[in-house]
Design a protein around this ligand. Structure first.
Ligand code: TRH
Length: 364
């Protein structure tokens, strides 16, 4: 059976994750030999994570993915017997949806990642649509019975091989900066968060920690963060997405956000603080609690994650001091690696998507 062609639709809401998730999926499908077109409405975030992208181009191919402007889909023919992936319910152009009828397309709605229980019950359900092509809801997830998590073939082996090289050398190769002995002796922390994070609390906890910290902020150093006592802060260059994992693998603690960087930090297998994407009426806090229930972190670590998603600097400082203290940080590290190993034993999202499409074909 020939490999189905894919059209992936991405509408950028804000930040980098919409483009980040769609690109990662598209590139993995292309690497597996599928013809892939990525229809995206804003090239800027893609160019930020993929420096080779020409933000002014209307037709370019990168890593086997043909990157096209959203509007171009209005006059495009959906791939016969192909798969249309609508990311995050972005609704492809009406003319394209009409053209899907009668072409044997499968229509997948790739949902946002959530740890909530109800996801498993909704994963894979069809929803009848006006053009007569059923739309299937595909939910990424952390547990079997969901669509799983994006993870490229060989990623974990690459991680373990990278860690055989000195951290000082890897950080120099990634950032162009030689951090000297600090790179090998300090606790190295990556900071990638939303602007409203309790940074003063983070700074206080790290500055007073007996172990020196080297804190790396890709792109720019947030206001209010500066060297203090045992805390050394450094802005480092924003790295291309395909090298972002290598940066995470250098760190003892990764402060990540949104969706894609969270998953990448899970594959790093070291402690992480997740700054969840904020939603109206605090709906994101329910999502955070659902994730904490699955993560089963030691209590001090779970409290640090909650405090990191709060706005109380004193509470954040206190929770971090507790969680970073030697015996508790070791327990946090052990659980992080244990969960990462368990998650990486599951089939990845792209493989699950291909298997799902195969099953839909066989039963249709
Ligand atoms: O940028 P984000 O906040 O994107 C968010 C989330 O995806 C959220 O779920 C969505 O609702 C919202 O957008 C609209 O966080 P995220 O998901 O981690 O995406 C960041 C991307 O940037 C990710 O693909 C990793 C990449 N990145 C690099 O490539 N290099 C870097 O140096 C850094 C720091 C990030």
């Amino acid at each position: 059976m020939t490999r189905p062609a894919f059209d992936v639709f991405c509408r950028v809401i804000d930040n980098l994750g919409d483009a980040g998730v769609c690109w990662r999926l598209a590139a993995q499908l292309a690497a597996a030999g599928h013809a892939v077109r990525l229809w995206i409405d804003d090239l800027a975030p893609l160019a930020r994570i993929l420096p080779e992208i020409d933000a002014s181009s209307t037709d370019q191919t990168m890593a086997g993915v043909r990157v096209l402007p959203w509007a171009g889909a209005e006059t495009a023919l959906p791939p016969a017997d192909g798969v249309v992936v609508e990311a995050f319910a972005c609704t492809p152009p009406a003319a394209y949806l009409s053209a899907m009828a009668g072409r044997g397309c499968l229509w997948i709605n790739l949902e946002y990642l959530s740890a909530e229980d109800w996801v498993r019950g909704c994963h894979g359900l069809p929803s009848p649509q006006a053009n007569g092509v059923p739309k299937y809801f595909f939910f990424p997830g952390f547990a079997p019975g969901t669509g799983g998590l994006l993870r490229e073939p060989g990623l974990i082996a690459r991680r373990d091989a990278a860690r055989m090289i000195s951290r000082r050398h890897r950080l120099h190769a990634l950032t162009g900066r030689d951090f000297g002995d600090l790179a090998d002796e300090a606790r190295v922390v990556l900071l990638f968060c939303y602007p409203d994070a309790p940074l003063a609390g983070l700074r206080r906890a790290l500055a007073t920690d007996p172990r020196p910290t080297l804190l790396l902020a890709p792109g720019a150093l947030p206001d209010g963060l500066a060297d203090e006592d045992s805390l050394h802060v450094q802005a480092v260059p924003f790295v291309p997405q395909q090298r972002f994992d290598e940066l995470l693998w250098c760190c003892d603690l990764n402060l990540v956000r949104g969706e894609d960087s969270l998953v990448r930090a899970l594959w790093a297998g070291t402690p992480l603080l997740w700054h969840i994407y904020p939603q109206a009426d605090d709906a994101h806090l329910d999502k955070l609690e659902a994730w904490l229930a699955l993560a089963a972190l030691p209590p001090a670590a779970a409290d640090a994650v909650r405090a990191w998603n709060g706005h109380d600097d004193a509470a954040c400082a206190q929770a971090l001091v507790e969680a970073l203290a030697a015996p508790r940080f070791e327990a946090w590290s052990q659980r992080s690696r244990q969960w990462s190993d368990a998650l990486s034993a599951h089939t990845d999202l792209a493989q699950n998507l291909l298997a799902f499409c195969m099953r839909c074909r066989q039963t249709s």
